[in-house]
Design a protein around this ligand. Structure first.
Ligand code: SAM
Length: 302
């Protein structure tokens, strides 16, 4: 289904928990407010099934930390019966070493792993935890399990990790992963001060990467993201959503919050649509209407 701006809605990003075992100081928590409900395994699966009626083909699980849910493999197994093109998940990687094989077995296609630094001290400062080694083990397990392409998500933070870009490119390539350099987003009012202090423009870094690239791929259906191929085969993707109308004009995404609301835009909480209540009441027409209404409420933020 297309929204009123002609944008097809093909991907659904589902937050399956708001709990996390890390405490990254910049985290936008997917733009979700604290909720008082939790979707059950079967409810998540049903919502995915109904979403396919509207042309959703790609599912991404997020959180909080999605691997904190014991039933994550079960959820994936259930939705992998539906006709979907892509099932992926984004994780902080701290629990991945033990889970990668089973996630693949359950039907997960690929994975994104957050990694802002290769420096243990800095990692602890950013996340509040000393688990960098666990994340590295998780990355290796994901590659071994075939959850590919594995993408490493790095938020570039002013005065913090800009000087590590080269090391992160080399590290990613050495593991056979793609590096995604992501601009810090200002999402909730609470992260305004963090944004002011740590936000940096990625243009300069992108320019330097572009100069040495031997190839560029523009992913038109993925918010016009650019992927650069470097001489040694290293792959680097740049994601710069802030004040980027082109990014919004190619957005194909709908979201579900961990407490069961359809969320038309990461940046807003004033246009949510409750989809869990009608699902729990067994009112399937209203579930469908909720999807239609959420798609109707989609608007480019920039
Ligand atoms: N815990 C999981 C993880 O680490 O991937 C899933 C939740 S986390 C909110 C999902 C992604 O959002 C991570 O890659 C994280 O780096 C990114 N993220 C969090 N806060 C952000 C912000 N303010 N701007 C841009 N990206 C952000």
């Amino acid at each position: 289904m297309k929204d009123k701006y002609g944008r097809p809605v093909t991907s659904l990003r589902i937050s399956i928990t708001e709990n996390c075992n890390l405490n990254c100081f910049y985290c936008h928590n997917e733009g979700c407010l604290e909720g008082d409900r939790r979707m059950a395994t079967q409810e998540i699966a049903k919502l995915v099934e109904y979403a396919t009626d509207f042309g959703i083909k790609k599912i991404k699980f997020t959180g909080g930390e999605p691997l904190l849910r014991d039933d994550v493999e079960n959820i994936i197994e259930k939705i992998s019966q539906f006709s979907l093109e892509d099932i992926s998940l984004t994780t902080n990687g701290t629990k991945l070493a033990y889970k990668a094989k089973n996630l693949k077995k359950a039907g997960l296609d690929r994975i994104n792993i957050s990694l802002d630094t290769l420096n243990e001290e800095k990692y602890e400062k950013i996340t509040g935890s000393p688990l960098l080694d666990e994340v590295k083990k998780g990355i290796d397990s994901a590659i071994k399990a075939g959850l590919t392409p594995v993408k490493l998500n790095t938020i570039l933070l002013k005065g913090t990790n800009k000087n590590e870009v080269e090391d992160l490119i080399n590290f990613s390539a050495s593991r056979g992963a793609i590096l995604q350099l992501i601009e810090l987003e200002k999402v909730l009012p609470e992260n305004g001060a963090i944004y002011k202090k740590y936000h940096m423009d990625l243009n300069h870094i992108e320019e330097r990467i572009r100069e040495r690239a031997v190839g560029v791929k523009t992913r038109w259906l993925m918010q016009v993201r650019r992927k650069y191929i470097l001489e040694g085969g290293e792959e680097v993707e740049i994601i710069n959503p802030m004040h980027n109308s082109e990014f919004c004009s190619h957005c194909t995404r709908l979201r579900i919050t961990s407490d069961g609301y359809l969320k038309p835009c990461l940046m807003r909480n004033d246009n949510l649509v409750d989809v869990l209540t009608p699902l729990r009441e067994g009112n399937l027409d209203e579930v469908h209407n909720a999807y239609k209404e959420a798609i109707r409420r989609r608007e480019p933020y920039y």
